[in-house]
Design a protein around this ligand. Structure first.
Ligand code: ATP
Ligand code: MG
Length: 557
């Protein structure tokens, strides 16, 4: 057995693999991640990615990336590219070249012919409605198709003509001849091939018949030498069919299928069909909108790869489909950013402070570390006579509750800067405070005031004259219901109309120059990320990743 470098996980799939290696049933582990390129990957796929690539890494094996591309009309190169990017971004490497189920179309076709020759497949002319009738129900056996007993010669001829494009879509299908009375509906002569006269993103116009998922998946696993074919629980009922094809075809290996429970997250939908509807109906700006539970969306929101991997570790892998509290994901993100994100200052609701005992043109560069513990370097912060603080950090009247705020006569420290004493304020006709007056207490840079009158609070600030404007995109949950797809009516009715608010904030100049995708904690405000696509030095643009603390009001409906 090969040494592993990744932290050992102890889920039931890892245990099965360990036993297979110990017993010599396999010499090394080969898994695969098989997305259908008909949408972007979401957080549920992240669980499957972490599991498949994770166990391969853990046991020194390999994990293939295979696009399961048997429904060309819904698939595209855009989705293929996005899926590759997402997996790489999460920090995983697939073994060798990328695989496509369509690489095996010729081989699959030959195997289909093989099954016809051994009397185990036939061409059926029932239309969809008739086929449904013949199929029976869960409590009632199906009936044999009137075309079931066609001769091998006739079937070979018809299948060749299906391939040659002689028949219309839906006119004929190729079915496996198994058992119309099987209690497992999947074994009631399942479809192997259907006619689809559509262009394929990989094979072009070469084919007008396409194999079904069931006829493709196990054989593709066998061709690639997959030892452990790990999928979600809904495929459990397909396993007998998976095995039937493997047993009845001269495949080069004997892969085995194992099932685990899907990830469902509250306040989230994880079905590509529903995510596509959100995109198509322009509820969000695209598959990578920061509110989307897609990997690209979470990336754009400022989630880190390690926080998503940590989350997948936390939820574990079991054989039941549970509902996971989205607060767990948020916790993983928050604790990663708390440990690792640089700090900086931004003012969201500006209130001007004038320091009356400073010269009009006073400008001083103060140096401040980016992180309280990690060595992430320092930046210069310009300090001038006019500053901006947050409106919430000023109160007209002092009370014990407000001892950490600017109130006339009170002293406050400016973060990384001097102590100010508030001397007065101005209001407009509507009664809004428009300006705060203050005096700077000498010799208080990094020191307490000499008169012993220490400030009780520390507030964040920027220079009113040297700061930059930034667009801040304030995101909150996309759904108002914890279970949008289980409520009455359409899940779309539970979209949170106020999930995006765009505001202008005032940031320290160093923040304008940061790279796209740089994560920050804006002190006392939240975690933000420079937008992957829109952030520039001229137009700084930041997305709210998550607040500093868990907001209980969101979960206590
Ligand atoms: P959807 O239902 O969202 O359309 P899918 O299962 O059709 O998803 P695929 O592209 O076929 O999407 O999925 C690729 C792999 O990811 C499969 O092995 C599938 O089982 C797994 N997967 C999909 N959704 C989840 C989920 N919510 N939790 C865990 N694994 C998932
Ligand atoms: Mg699928």
């Amino acid at each position: 057995m090969t040494e592993s470098t990744a932290p050992a996980s102890n889920n039931f799939i890892a245990k099965i693999i360990q036993e297979d290696l110990d017993a010599g049933r396999v010499s090394s582990v080969v898994t695969r991640f098989p997305p259908e390129p008909n949408g972007y990957l979401h957080v549920g796929h992240a669980k499957s990615v972490c599991l498949n690539f994770g166990v391969a890494e853990q046991f020194g094996g390999a994990c293939n990336l295979r696009f399961d591309d048997t429904n060309p009309e819904k698939e595209s190169q855009e989705f293929i590219n996005a899926i590759k990017d997402d997996i790489t971004w999460l920090g995983f490497n697939w073994a060798g070249e990328i695989h496509y189920a369509s690489d095996y179309f010729e081989q699959l076709h030959d195997w289909a012919v093989e099954l016809i020759k051994t009397g185990k497949a036939y061409v059926c002319d029932l239309n969809a409605e008739q086929a449904r009738e013949y199929r029976g129900t869960l409590t009632e056996a199906g009936k044999n198709s009137p075309f079931r007993d066609r001769s091998v010669e006739e079937n070979l001829d018809l299948f060749a003509r299906m391939r040659a494009g002689e028949f219309d879509e839906g006119a004929k299908v190729l079915r496996a001849k198994i058992d119309m009375a099987s209690p497992n509906m999947n074994l009631r002569d399942p479809i192997m091939y259907r006619i689809r006269k559509v262009h394929h993103h990989q094979t072009g116009d070469k084919w007008c018949i396409y194999p079904t998922y069931d006829f493709t998946h196990g054989q593709s696993d066998a061709i690639e030498g997959i030892t452990h074919s790990v999928c979600t629980l809904e495929f459990e009922d397909h396993k007998p069919l998976y095995n039937w094809f493997i047993e009845n075809l001269p495949v080069p290996a004997q892969p085995k299928q194992y099932e685990f429970g899907r990830l469902n997250l509250d306040y989230t939908v994880t079905s590509k069909r529903k995510l596509k509807a959100l995109v198509d109906e322009q509820v969000v700006s695209g598959w990578d909108d920061p509110r989307m539970p897609t990997i690209s969306g979470m990336r754009r929101r400022g989630f880190t790869p390690s926080s998503i991997r940590t989350f997948c570790d936390m939820i574990g892998v079991t054989r039941s489909d549970g509902m996971v509290d989205v607060a767990m994901l948020e916790h993983a993100v928050r604790s990663d950013l708390n440990q690792n994100a640089p700090r900086a200052m931004a003012v969201l609701k500006p209130l001007k402070v004038v320091i009356e005992n400073l010269a009009e043109d006073h400008k001083e560069l103060l140096s401040a570390p980016f992180h309280p513990e990690l060595d992430l370097g320092t930046r210069d912060i310009p300090f001038t006579r006019e500053l901006l603080i947050d409106q919430d950090d000023f109160k007209e009247e002092y009370s014990k509750k407000f001892k950490k705020k600017f109130t006339p006569g009170n002293r406050i420290r400016l973060r990384f800067s001097y102590v100010l004493e508030c001397t007065g304020y101005e209001k407009d006709d509507a009664g809004n405070v428009t300006l705060v007056r203050a005096n700077l207490i000498e010799n208080t840079l990094g020191l307490d005031p000499e008169d012993g009158n220490k400030p009780k609070g520390v507030v964040h600030w920027v220079s009113a004259t040297e700061c930059k404007e930034a667009e801040l995109r304030q995101y909150s949950r996309l759904f108002t219901s914890a279970t949008p797809d289980k409520e009455e009516g359409d899940f779309m009715e539970h979209v949170n109309k106020d999930s995006l608010e765009v505001i202008t904030a005032y940031i320290e100049p160093a923040l304008a120059a940061v790279d796209a995708e740089a994560n920050f904690q804006f002190e006392r405000e939240g975690y933000y990320v420079a937008d992957r696509f829109d952030h520039t030095a001229d137009k700084p643009t930041f997305n709210l990743t998550i607040g500093l603390r868990e907001d209980k009001s969101l979960t206590q409906g």
